[in-house]
Design a protein around this ligand. Structure first.
Ligand SMILES: NC(=O)c1ccc[n+]([C@@H]2O[C@H](COP(=O)([O-])OP(=O)(O)OC[C@H]3O[C@@H](n4cnc5c(N)ncnc54)[C@H](O)[C@@H]3O)[C@@H](O)[C@H]2O)c1
Length: 402
């Protein structure tokens, strides 16, 4: 089926979706595409992983039926549309795909080689979408004969639950490809935002201070882990405290994202990782999955009690929020995304209770600027430098237009 751009239709009508990499993200993305009527081809370098993904998808769709969100017939039809591709069969079977989404290991050479091989078999209008979190779309596309068809389509974990998808055009991506990818993902019920091809895109960039400032306050002895988590949940309204969340994500993943954003930003002090977190990682205390991170998750372990001091809690919350709003303002200043997309990204991608720019307006930009200037003056660190946009807005007695 053709559409106005001459390519395959961006709806379920006949468009075959290829997913390469059947791990945590690939299996979730495949489930989303199946649930939305597509035939899906799924492969992985390890065939046992494809089999496990098939079981996970079946279990996931069974839950949808239990919850009354899908009929048993629709579930059976979705599972029948899933075609597992053995790695020995190569990429040949992907020739009929209208889009191939890669969710393989986060290594540039491997992603480039995968797309190069797929390019040889697919139609000229097949979209190559990367789910990369930390590599640039430009670099992945740069390894392809047709970089104009390569676009970032960044889902959040778990892909079946999280509504946000960041759409990231690379410097050589064809705008028509960006539009088609956006339309397709929107037709799957996802909320899309457009992000510039810069480290961390929107969410993984703006969220850094949520972890970083908590770690820094712990290192300075402002409060302990349990108290910082209590403050951010009770006073800030966040669903999880930063230490609980880091333990949940895993320090292997969370630390590596921070380090990658920091190095890709030419070692900007604002994103500098924490030695405390690095030591946990080095010691193998990766968080929940290993039974211990900042907290002890072994049977019978008791959680430390927070100091429920409102004044201290407010200091913790306000300092973190000042850094988060500054980061959101800077992303707007540097045109990483529009104000509306920044707000959507943080509320739909990481469940923040409010958009950060709206929160900044509410607290008062002047107050936030004063807070950052005081931190910068006291520490002498560039880490706390206010965004030029924040300064400009305060000078003009302006507010973020939302
Ligand atoms: N986990 C997250 O929270 C998250 C969120 C958004 C994006 N991402 C990105 O999604 C991608 C996948 O992450 P994940 O968490 O699903 O990883 P994962 O380790 O769960 O799965 C990756 C899979 O890719 C397979 N693989 C490796 N090389 C391959 C190749 N050449 N061909 C086919 N399969 C290959 C592996 O066998 C593995 O099963 C990465 O780029 C990651 O940055 C991850």
């Amino acid at each position: 089926m053709s559409n106005a751009t001459g390519g395959a239709a961006e709806t379920a009508d006949g468009m075959v979706v290829g997913v390469v990499g059947a791990g945590a993200m690939g299996s979730g993305i495949a489930q989303v595409a199946l649930a939305n009527g597509h035939r899906v081809l799924l492969t992985d370098a390890v065939y046992a992983t494809v089999r496990r993904a098939q079981e996970a998808i079946a279990a996931g769709l069974a839950r949808e039926v239990e919850k009354g969100r899908m009929t048993a017939e629709a579930r059976d039809a979705a599972l029948a549309r899933l075609q597992l591709v053995e790695p020995d069969h190569g990429v040949g079977p992907f020739r009929e795909c209208g889009i191939v989404i890669e969710a393989i290991v986060e290594k540039l050479e491997v992603k480039q080689a995968t797309f190069r091989a797929i390019e040889l078999v697919v139609a000229h209008d097949c979209i190559l979408a990367t789910n990369t979190s930390s590599l640039s779309v430009a670099s992945i596309g740069g390894g392809c004969a047709s970089p104009e068809r390569v676009v970032g389509v960044h889902f959040f974990n778990p892909a079946t639950v999280m509504p946000l998808v960041e759409i990231v055009p690379g410097v050589r991506t064809d705008p028509a490809v960006v539009e088609r990818a956006t339309r397709l993902v929107t037709s799957w019920g996802k909320v899309t935002v457009r992000a510039a091809d810069t480290p961390g895109f929107i969410v993984n960039r703006i969220a850094r201070p949520f972890y970083g400032e908590a770690l820094r306050m712990l290192e300075e002895g402002v409060a302990d882990v349990a108290t910082i988590d209590w403050a951010m949940k009770t006073i800030g309204g966040f669903r999880m405290g930063p230490f609980e969340l880091m333990d949940f994500i895993g320090h292997d993943v969370n630390y590596v994202v921070t380090e990658s954003v920091w190095t890709s930003m030419y070692y900007d002090a604002r994103y500098r990782p924490s030695l405390t977190q690095k030591r946990l990682l080095e010691a193998g205390l990766l968080g929940r999955k290993r039974g211990r991170g900042f907290y002890d998750y072994t049977d019978g372990a008791t959680s430390p009690a927070p100091v429920k001091d409102e004044t201290l809690g407010t200091i913790i919350f306000r300092r973190t929020l000042a850094m988060l709003v500054n980061e959101a303002a800077d992303a707007l200043y540097l045109r990483i995304a529009t104000a509306a997309d920044i707000e959507l990204a943080m509320t739909k991608g990481v469940n923040y209770p409010k958009g950060l720019l709206a929160w900044g307006n509410e607290i008062g930009l002047e107050k936030l600027l004063e807070h950052l200037e005081a931190l910068q003056a006291e520490t002498g660190e560039d880490r706390y430098r206010p965004s030029p946009l924040l300064r400009r807005m305060v000078r003009n007695a302006d507010r973020f237009a939302l």
